[in-house]
Write a protein that binds this ligand. Structure first.
Ligand SMILES: Cc1cc2nc3c(=O)[nH]c(=O)nc-3n(C[C@H](O)[C@H](O)[C@H](O)COP(=O)(O)OP(=O)(O)OC[C@H]3O[C@@H](n4cnc5c(N)ncnc54)[C@H](O)[C@@H]3O)c2cc1C
Ligand code: FES
Length: 284
């Protein structure tokens, strides 16, 4: 029988183990995590855009939930190794265990954007928080308008999830644009900044278009300027923000951005909600 209180204490880490590990790039690792308690696998659910706090190597880091397939395959988290916790996560082997809290936060407004043309614009590892949203749009493809998925990376070696991009590009009414600032001879996508793809993208019905964005702040700042310049309203741009986090619950104040807590009120916000705070700190 399932204990309905398994996830009642959001401070309590749950033991999960690495069911499968994929080295996506030199510094990017995918971990398929399965709960040690089989009842937790059945009881766990999340919304696209939410994140977990993963405890490993003596610390915790917020990591997005890329996708989830329950007991069979586990919940996918894709990690770029940048510091202490992410390096410890990247060093895990299949069968190793770690702690997981959450899911936390407010994800993408999947229901609110039904019927809209959708631009998904991401940079580097920031595709991770958007994959679950794209999967949801694909599952209900008829409920949404044209879907344009644009992804930018610094080096071609950092381009991950190529099979997913291939699948998405063959879906109806969907286009995919991938660009890398530096690329070798075998690179068959665009070369240059993602902002050039955004500049060149024809938008048929700006009043019925929304953008879902995640990436380095300089990229999001430049992209927001292009989109608003094309006439997209502040309420039609959704941004998933990253900040240092501690509690994940709106209690410690680590992730505060203006009047908002990124962990609890976000990580996904409309640009309208964040505009003032972001302008004050120039997206820094
Ligand atoms: C809601 C949310 C979802 C996230 N999802 C993912 C994900 O799916 N995959 C993933 O790889 N990362 C994700 N991140 C970023 C990840 O949490 C950080 O990279 C991680 O906390 C760094 O911890 P660390 O101990 O490894 O590095 P630290 O030792 O804390 O820092 C090492 C270096 O990385 C920089 N850094 C730390 N945190 C961030 C950050 N958030 N963004 C940019 N630079 C940072 C520091 O300034 C420092 O230079 C997410 C962050 C948030 C807030
Ligand atoms: S991480 Fe503690 S308030 Fe957001």
């Amino acid at each position: 029988m399932i204990d309905k209180n398994i996830f009642a204490d959001p401070y309590l880490p749950h033991e999960v183990f690495v069911a499968r590990r994929v080295q996506e790039a030199q510094d990017i690792v995918s971990l398929y995590l399965v709960f040690a308690n089989p009842a937790a696998n059945l009881d766990y659910s999340f919304q696209p855009g939410q994140f977990n706090m993963l405890y490993c190597g003596g610390g915790e880091a917020p990591i997005s939930i890329v996708s989830g397939h329950g007991t069979a395959q586990g919940y996918l988290h894709t990690v770029r190794t940048v510091g202490e916790v992410t390096r410890a996560l990247g060093a895990l082997k299949e069968g190793d265990s770690l702690g997981l809290r959450g899911p936390f936060g407010q994800g993408w407004p999947i229901n609110k954007i039904q019927g809209k043309d959708i631009l998904v614009i991401t940079g580097g590892i920031a595709i991770a928080p958007v994959v679950a949203a794209i999967d949801e749009l694909m599952r209900n493809r008829d409920c949404y308008g044209r879907l344009s998925i644009l992804q930018g990376v610094t080096h071609d070696a950092g381009h991950i999830f190529s099979r997913q991009y291939q699948d998405w590009s063959s879906a109806p009414n969907t286009e995919v644009g991938i660009t890398s600032m530096e690329a070798g001879a075998g690179w068959r996508h665009h070369k240059g900044l993602i902002t050039t793809l955004v500049e060149d993208l024809p938008i048929a019905d700006i009043a019925n278009t929304v953008a879902l964005m995640c990436g380095p702040q300089a990229m999001m700042q430049a992209t927001t300027a292009i989109l608003t310049g094309k006439g997209l309203g502040d309420n039609s741009i959704y941004i998933s923000m990253e900040r240092n986090m501690h509690c994940g619950l709106g209690h410690c104040g680590h992730c505060q951005l203006g009047e908002k807590f990124v962990c609890k009120d976000g990580p996904v916000f409309s640009y309208a909600e964040l505009k003032q705070a972001l302008t004050l700190e120039a997206f820094a």
